[in-house]
Design a binder for this molecule. Structure first.
Ligand code: HEM
Length: 504
């Protein structure tokens, strides 16, 4: 019986392989099993497991993960093929449960299929929410939140601080102030009960986000009633939706205008992003429905907070492991900004070494290690192979950006390698924000926040690890490549810091 079963497996694998070749499909691992396909080859973190598969089977590999066909791409050339000549064909997103339950049934900006609806959301996001002008009008929020963090750190008295939470709360305060003029963490929290509800939603989102859902790949398990995670997603979405609705109602009724923290001076009137989106409703009600505004705000909140916070955390961790780099970045800030004022956003273009540190961080620790999954709308050709319609695409950015073939001394944190490079893109071998139609629309905001926060922390404090041991740089599991161990660090204000903060 066992022999017959093994023979069956061998026959199944050989037949699949032959069929694969005849159909011109990309290489695929040999060890495929009925029903689960290659699922058994995957371990966490997924990007490392997929890197291993690519090392064996080449930079274009086709996997069968349960019921889903997945193309894994791990070279700049293959990524370019997908994101240039095939960009439109790959501009769809696969139907995953997060898109269904948290993405308003695949209608939110991040989960919507490519088409008129997505184009409209993207236009609103790029022109009305994340444009350079809008970010300028909102920049006082970013600066004041960074100052709050600096003040908090001056009180730490050289004791160990949980920097992961500090960065995450900073980003949540920035995003919620931009969205609704509210801050829910730290001092001066206006509405205590509302803040509690918001924090509860954030904590639950984290728990649900970290859970793996095998039903995503084996839908029969869902049909058999294994719906635990799906039910949690639905409960969470109900709370998220109600919360955002209450902010919209408050804003619509004019009550939100009274918040002292509502910022963004626009023609003398203070406006939050919710207000910006409610204004054109009278003339174009079909574009600015409550659900559209809620889904846009929730996408900003989830795509914008832990990505930026995790990047700041990785950068500080890497610098604490390389004090000479931290010193060099501090010397640059001392020279460009001095000790008589705090770093501002307008200093960032002149802080070239800080820019190199940010690039090197996003190269080694990209918080979108597999980008966000894409899906092919039609059959297409990648690297000479045939890729069928409906194939999920994972571009393994982590693998590309850490491959010694493209990066000498790839495992070494060496910001100097980016000297002379403008921006954050180097063809398709470095693209932390993705590329093409579905590339990140929040790049500008992210670079400002990461730059301003890092610049201010380096300018105002002397930093130390909490022990002689190096900081553990292992990645944990989760969509945005968090550190496995949250960063704890110690800091002491520099001689001029308290004066600067008391003036600010
Ligand atoms: C360091 C911080 C950030 C990094 C590294 C990052 C990276 C990425 C990546 C790799 C993608 C996927 C691109 C693709 O699928 O090809 C993405 C998508 C996206 N990002 Fe970001 N992001 C960051 C911050 C932000 C911020 C601050 C916002 C907005 C507030 C934002 C909003 C979005 C949205 C809405 C999408 C989906 C776009 C679409 O599907 O059309 N991101 N980001």
């Amino acid at each position: 019986m066992v022999i017959q079963f093994l023979l069956f497996l061998a026959f199944y694998a050989i037949a699949r392989r032959l069929l694969h070749k005849i159909r011109g499909l990309p290489p695929s691992p040999f060890r495929t099993l009925p029903v689960i396909g290659h699922l058994h080859l995957l371990k966490k973190p997924l990007h490392r497991s997929l890197s291993q598969i690519s090392r064996r089977h080449g930079p274009i590999a086709l996997l069968q993960l349960g019921s889903r066909r997945v193309l894994v791409v791990s070279s700049p050339d293959a990524a370019e093929d997908c994101l240039t000549k095939n960009d439109v064909l790959f501009a769809n997103r696969p139907h995953l449960l997060a898109g269904k339950h948290l993405g308003y049934n695949y209608t939110s900006l991040a989960w919507s299929p490519y088409g008129d609806h997505w184009r409209n959301l993207r236009r609103i996001a790029s022109l009305e929410i994340l444009s350079t002008n809008r970010l300028l009008t909102l920049s006082s929020i970013q600066a004041s939140e960074v100052r709050s963090l600096l003040r908090l750190l001056t009180k730490s008295d050289g004791q160990s601080v949980d920097m992961k939470s500090a960065f995450f709360e900073l980003m949540l305060n920035v995003m919620m102030q931009m969205i609704a003029g509210k801050r829910y963490y730290g001092e001066n929290v206006g509405e205590v009960e509302e803040a509690r509800k918001f924090r509860e939603i954030v904590t639950e989102s984290f728990k649900v986000g970290a859970a793996t859902n095998i039903g995503e790949f084996l839908p029969f398990l869902r049909r058999m009633g294994l719906k635990g995670l799906e039910e949690k997603l639905m409960e969470l979405q109900k709370k998220r939706d109600e919360f955002m609705q209450s902010l919209i109602d408050e804003s619509w009724s004019g009550k939100g205008d009274e918040s002292p923290e509502v910022a963004a001076v626009e023609g003398g009137k203070r406006k939050t992003l919710i207000q910006v989106l409610l204004s054109p409703r009278e003339t174009k009600p079909e574009y600015y429905k409550d659900e559209t505004i809620k889904s846009l705000m929730l996408v900003l909140l989830s795509a914008g907070t832990d990505t930026s916070a995790a990047t700041i955390e990785w950068a500080m961790s890497a610098m604490l492991n390389h004090p000479e780099i931290l010193k060099k970045a501090q010397a640059e800030i001392d020279e460009v900004v001095g000790h008589n004022r705090l770093v501002t956003e307008s200093d960032l273009p002149k802080l070239l070494y800080l820019h190199c540190v940010m690039n090197e961080t996003m190269r080694m620790y990209p918080v979108g290690p597999l980008l966000v999954p894409h899906e092919s709308a039609e059959e297409c050709c990648v690297g000479g192979y045939r890729v069928p319609q409906g194939t999920m695409l994972l571009i393994n950015l982590f693998s590309i950006q850490n491959d010694p073939k493209y990066w000498p001394d790839a495992a070494k944190f060496k910001p100097e390698r980016f000297e002379g490079m403008e921006g954050v893109r180097d063809g398709y071998k470095m693209m932390p924000f993705g590329s093409g139609r579905r590339g990140c629309p929040g790049e500008n905001l992210a670079l400002r926040m990461v730059g301003l926060t890092l610049g201010s922390l380096i300018q105002c404090f002397e930093w130390n690890r909490i022990s002689d041991e190096l900081i553990d740089m292992t990645e944990g599991t989760g969509l945005t490549m968090p550190k496995a161990q949250p960063l704890l660090a110690k800091c002491r204000p520099r001689s001029f810091t308290l004066d600067l903060l008391s003036q600010a």
